[in-house]
Ligand binder design. Sequence first.
Ligand code: GAL
Length: 332
Amino acid sequence: MLLKKNSIPFIIFFAAMFNVQTTRAQHADRISPGELWPDDHGEHIQAHGGGITKVKDKYYWYGEERRRGLDSNIRYVSCYVSKDLMNWKFKGDVVAFTDPENLGPKWILERPKVFLSKKTGKFVMYFHLDNATYKYARVGIAVCDRPDGQFRYLKSFHPLDHESRDIGQFVDDDGAQYLVFEDRPLGFHIVKLTENCLGIEREMCLIRQHMEGGAIVHYQGLYYAIGSALTGWRPNANKYATATSLEGPWSDFKDIAPKETNTYNSQSTLLLKISGRKDTTVVFLGDIWKPRSQWDSRYLWMPVEIGNGRMWLPKPVPFKINVREGSTFKAD
Ligand code: GAL
């Protein structure tokens, strides 16, 4: 092919563009806590205050969509899918709601968590629904037939007539599903969901400790509950307690990381248990919030040291996950 002399700079320019795009969306072989985390389009993952729902061999990550340029009247929840927990494909925003209950400007939809009802096969999303002053304090529910379809707004309520702000999700080894929620006058509730996941079956426990970003994991016969103190977007030293039953009694709360690191500047959102052929690993999932540039908020995912009643979040380093084996290891 004969090229005109003056077309060469353009070819170099397009080749460079192409190269940039392919390197941005390249295959990830690790998780790098605190760094930008590109999805399959090379865009930083927007799934803040999120939760994870496992469906067969796929993980769905839902979270607050906070990318720039969104319509300020709408609240969005994003959905990403992955088989290896390191490479995430963006499935779009599964929620784009306008103010559903006349909550006024700056209304709040935060910390979405999706439960799959074994009974109905439906996906039920819970989220913190509030007005700008955080006084409405309810959970909202939306449903969908698919994990990655458009969720339909259903209702909001005060769980067991209590105020509810930050929420968390927990699925036990027997498949029972639990919501945890922060009730400002009282503490931290753990409640069991009904089989269709549309309501609360019963209260398991009220832990008289104020905890946001609440999460629970069941590991080697012990339940570990974790959460942060109430300092808004500012990080604090997250703490955990243990119990042999969800009903308690719960131990005293202890720090999960050196106090002065403020949980390495993050706030808990989930404890993810990965059970594989060889091992079982628990990964701490947290948010490193940037209140003034929320779209740039980062994630702190890091395997914890856990066992015999102790949980410890080591200093974050890049790591790899082998989901099949259930293991994680330090990336070189
Ligand atoms: C945090 C909470 C976030 C958000 C924020 C607002 O404590 O975990 O989800 O509500 O406060 O200040």
